[in-house]
Design a protein around this ligand. Sequence first.
Ligand code: ADP
Ligand code: MG
Length: 240
Amino acid sequence: MIRMSAVDKFFGSLHVLRSIDLEVPKGQVVVVLGPSGSGKSTLCRAINRLEPINDGSIEIDGVPLPAEGRALAELRADVGMVFQQFNLFAHKTILENVTLGPIKVRGQSKDEAQRDAMTLLERVGITDQAQKYPAALSGGQQQRAAIARALAMKPKVMLFDEPTSALDPEMVNEVLDVMTGLAEEGMTMVVVTHEMGFARRAAHRVLFMADGEVVEDAEPQKFFGEPKSDRAKDFLGKIL
Ligand code: ADP
Ligand code: MG
């Protein structure tokens, strides 16, 4: 579903992604771990071309990522992204937030988009918030709305970049539960998170990044049980 080949990314002279090769099959849940600044966000942003890359190639479901234009907008719609900061449109209701993309990019009718949106809001447990503006919702509710908005585009892949890092602790689980449900339904997911419980429970595979490289790539049990590199051991020592 995702294929990255020899992807390089620089910010000026800073080499942020170093020849990344990564294949994620359909239905796989990949958790990305690594110290701050190791390139995790840049990896996610490269996958839907929020960040252009300097070298290499990225394919989604066999289609090379186009550089720009309508083709890029369509392919990007296949890749849902959820950020640490919920990034909802502040001046639109939750329902409008969820229906906007399907109407504009997918060409759905308003009625159909609203029907689908209500089903999604039910799935993430916030139908009662549909007519409110984002600021009236808790952080956990806003993040669940952001997930519903991404799902409304019927994406093939979902990217999550530290989706619970900005939440108060009591709201973390309501978001992780939605993500776990998606994983169980077979969504292809790349999840940057520090929630090790989620990684152990939901991930098929853990990538550990350091300095722009994928240093380890293993099943969660293996990674947590017997990390190979000193960098991963050091990282786990600090967070566990
Ligand atoms: P992580 O998500 O693992 O913390 P990032 O992908 O955000 O790491 O960042 C990787 C490196 O790239 C860091 O050194 C960061 O400072 C740098 N970086 C990220 N975004 C930019 C940018 N827009 N301009 C310049 N440097 C950036
Ligand atoms: Mg980051």
